[in-house]
Ligand binder design. Structure first.
Ligand code: PEP
Length: 256
């Protein structure tokens, strides 16, 4: 059974006080009625993860993820955080290959593959981000690029691994720009990814993998995106920083 998920990527935002206030706001607004069967994940800045996990210890709805993980277990990698470290802090998941990390920190499909391996080896779910730039969309070759990201990032994994890998289709041109993919554009890509999963693994696996959409998803457009048959939820940036907006997006997923 495919999981419906709404994940919030806080990126490099919030002071400590703002982060804890946001967590408190979400704890108050995410009732059983709002959440239903929707899986909710938040990804605060790494510095606050420990306190956020602590603040949510008695909360049954909100899982906590990191925004990045290093390829190695430990060692002389100043400033980095490893999967065993994240696992030891009771985290649930990690975002891997976000387009900002690809663009500003040189992440490649190959490094993402290693990071996904590290996550799974440490019982952390991986949220693997893929998506084309504006130039790639305009060129018409965007599906080839997205499927290459899938093929290289997921190289070597077997069908069972996909139980712990969530895919997030995030057209780079829609991230933080206010320009959202139309439901039809997003559905076309999601269906293409699912067809690829069928070929690469099998039909059952393809049916069960959660594929999220990300890119200027807001309370006002979430419902129409989530109504698409292959869009299982969202990876939300800006709108995840306001408890009210994030809650409304979760409600849209629950009620779709
Ligand atoms: C993101 O960065 O993953 C994202 C989807 O951002 P935004 O919702 O702000 O476009």
């Amino acid at each position: 059974m495919r999981r419906r998920i709404v994940a919030g990527n806080w990126k490099m935002n919030t002071t400590y006080a703002e982060a804890m206030e946001l967590v408190d706001g979400l704890k108050a607004s995410l009732t059983e009625e709002v959440v239903g069967e929707t899986g909710v994940i938040i990804t605060p800045p790494a510095l606050y993860l420990s306190d956020v996990v602590g603040a949510l210890v008695d909360n049954e709805y909100i899982a906590v993820a990191a925004q990045n993980v290093h390829e190695k277990d430990s060692g002389a990698y100043t400033g980095e955080i490893s999967a065993p470290m994240l696992a030891s802090m009771d985290l649930d998941a990690v975002i891997i290959g976000h387009s900002e990390r690809r663009q500003y920190f040189g992440e490649t499909n190959e490094s993402c593959k290693v990071k996904i391996e590290q996550s799974l080896n440490n019982e952390l779910a991986a949220i693997y981000c893929i998506g084309e730039t504006l130039e790639e969309r305009k060129s018409g070759a965007f599906m080839d690029i997205i499927l290459k990201q899938c093929a290289e990032g997921l190289e070597g994994f077997i069908a069972e691994d996909m139980d712990n890998i969530i895919l997030a289709y995030e057209p780079v041109w829609a991230i933080g720009t206010g320009e959202v993919a139309t439901p039809e554009q997003a559905q076309e890509v999601h269906a293409g990814i699912r067809a690829w999963l069928t070929e690469r693994f099998d039909a059952e696996t393809a049916e069960n993998v959660t594929v999220l959409y990300g890119g200027s998803c807001k309370p006002g457009n979430a419902a129409e995106l989530f109504a698409q048959p292959d869009i299982d939820g969202g990876l939300i940036g800006g709108a995840s920083l306001k408890a009210e907006d994030f809650t409304a997006i979760i409600a849209a997923r629950t009620n779709a």
